[in-house]
Design a binder for this molecule. Structure first.
Ligand SMILES: Nc1nc2c(ncn2[C@@H]2O[C@H](COP(=O)(O)OP(=O)(O)OP(=O)(O)O)[C@@H](O)[C@H]2O)c(=O)[nH]1
Ligand SMILES: [Mg+2]
Length: 215
């Protein structure tokens, strides 16, 4: 009997294959796409509103919002000046590549430079599903508490940038910024970080400049 050489082939999951197709569509259209993830209420839509308002004269921006129900956030992004599409997951706690794929035909990618995807508010599941976007951004916020990197490591590990929002609340909420950042550093060394307030506008400039440079 001949010796057998086992060939271990990495078989892409169905989601990863579809994510690659989404990426190819973005690339073919020359669109830079980001996936914004966070716990509920961290300020994903607020950050998108501020970003669209600040950059809409320089970039043509589309937004795809994933929520279990309502179109509130897509309406907010549209009011800020983005071409906005709503995906209602009907209970699913995250977006996946097939949901994004089915939403893409509703956006004219050839008329856009930047697509911002707002994922479902959740600090666990969205990290596990690639969408095909170029960068993943995690929005953290002061009222969530400074222990979150330690308790939700999967989310902090895989992202390209962390936005720490609601710094205007630092005087009112116990939050050890150094402890929080130490946790991020342990999971994702050297990851790009921003400290800002969507409410006051403080710290938004470095985030906008980074995004412009990426896009
Ligand atoms: N104090 C303060 N409040 C903020 C800031 N950014 C957002 N908020 C408030 O936080 C709440 C949630 O903001 P959203 O932008 O809706 O948060 P989200 O992450 O999109 O929420 P979901 O989509 O429901 O998960 C709103 O009441 C915002 O006004 C900030 O920088 N400072
Ligand atoms: Mg939102």
């Amino acid at each position: 009997m001949p010796n057998r050489i086992p060939v271990v082939e990495k078989i892409l999951s169905a989601n990863d294959r579809l994510a690659a197709e989404n990426r190819a569509r973005f690339d073919a259209a020359g669109v830079f796409a980001i996936n914004i993830m966070a716990s509920p209420g961290a300020g994903k839509t607020s950050l998108i509103e501020k970003t669209v308002a600040a950059l809409k004269d320089r970039l043509r921006i589309g937004m795809i919002n994933g929520d279990i129900a309502t179109s509130f956030d897509a309406d907010r992004a549209a009011a800020a000046g983005a071409a906005a599409v709503q995906i209602n997951t009907g209970g699913d706690c995250h977006l996946d590549a097939v949901m994004l794929q089915s939403a893409l035909p509703q956006l004219d990618l050839s008329a856009l430079d930047l697509v911002i995807v707002e994922n479902v508010g959740n600090l666990v599941c969205p990290a596990e599903f690639a969408l095909g976007t170029h960068k993943s951004i995690l929005v953290a916020s002061i009222p969530e508490g400074d222990d979150k990197p330690y308790k939700y490591p999967g989310m902090y590990r895989g992202v390209d940038a962390v936005v720490i929002n609601k710094i205007d609340l630092l005087p009112y909420v116990p939050f050890r910024l150094d402890f929080f950042k130490k946790g991020i550093e342990a999971l994702n060394p050297g990851v790009t970080q921003f400290e800002l307030s969507c409410r006051t506008g403080e710290g938004l400039e470095p985030w906008l400049n980074w995004l412009l440079a990426q896009a």
